[in-house]
Ligand binder design. Structure first.
Ligand code: 5GP
Length: 187
């Protein structure tokens, strides 16, 4: 059966680490590469982490109805899930894994229904989230401020997800996620 796993969380909650871990631990999973208009960060690679495209290309894809969902996650920074990515992964006989913002996660769950398991990764607290963003050292102070403010709002949507994993201990969270995903895939 065609299935998808949706991961959403405020930025800095350890979501990317958990997504990467799940991809390594569970070979049936394949990551859906989103499109974004933001610039690559650190060691990110085009067509691996994201399809980094221009605002014009992004608008073109909207007009072609190429996205399952898209959001302006930050001012002037667009992110979107391609229908073609999902089809490509299903054609490989694999389960799609999405790393999207909270609104995108809710849209994807509505779209895929019972085919989807939606998981919300919750940081232990807003203060801890801020500490993590600062120590990650990839964003300037202004960006961190915006992300922390947004996180407060995003936490209120946790209840809309099928499952919540609280990431206070990374190893515990990894184990919990593996169990959730495996049981969803197998049943
Ligand atoms: P970042 O800039 O840190 O890579 O991502 C910022 C936020 O955008 C993260 O919460 C990430 O999960 C989310 N995001 C990435 N791709 C998509 C997408 O295709 N759709 C939506 N709605 N959000 C996305």
């Amino acid at each position: 059966m065609k299935k998808v796993i949706i991961f959403s969380a405020p930025s800095g909650s350890g979501k990317t680490t958990l997504v990467k871990h799940s991809l390594e631990a569970i070979p049936e999973l394949e990551f859906s590469i989103s499109c974004t208009t933001r610039q690559p960060r650190g060691s990110e690679i085009h067509a691996v982490d994201y399809h980094f495209i221009s605002p014009e290309e992004f608008r073109q894809k909207i007009s072609e109805d190429a996205f399952v969902e898209f959001e302006e996650v930050y001012t002037d920074k667009y992110y979107g899930t391609l229908k073609s990515e999902v089809e490509k992964i299903w054609n490989l006989g694999k389960v799609v894994i999405f790393d999207v913002d909270v609104k995108g996660g809710i849209s994807l769950k509505k779209y895929f229904g019972d085919k989807a398991l939606s998981i919300f990764i919750q940081p232990p607290s807003i203060e801890e989230l801020e500490r993590r963003l600062i120590s990650r050292n990839t964003d300037d102070a202004e960006t961190i401020k915006t992300r922390v403010e947004k996180a407060g709002e995003e936490l209120s949507y946790a209840k809309e997800f099928d499952k919540i994993v609280i990431n206070s201990d990374l190893n515990e969270a990894k184990k919990e996620m593996e169990i959730l995903i495996k049981s969803f895939i197998e049943n």
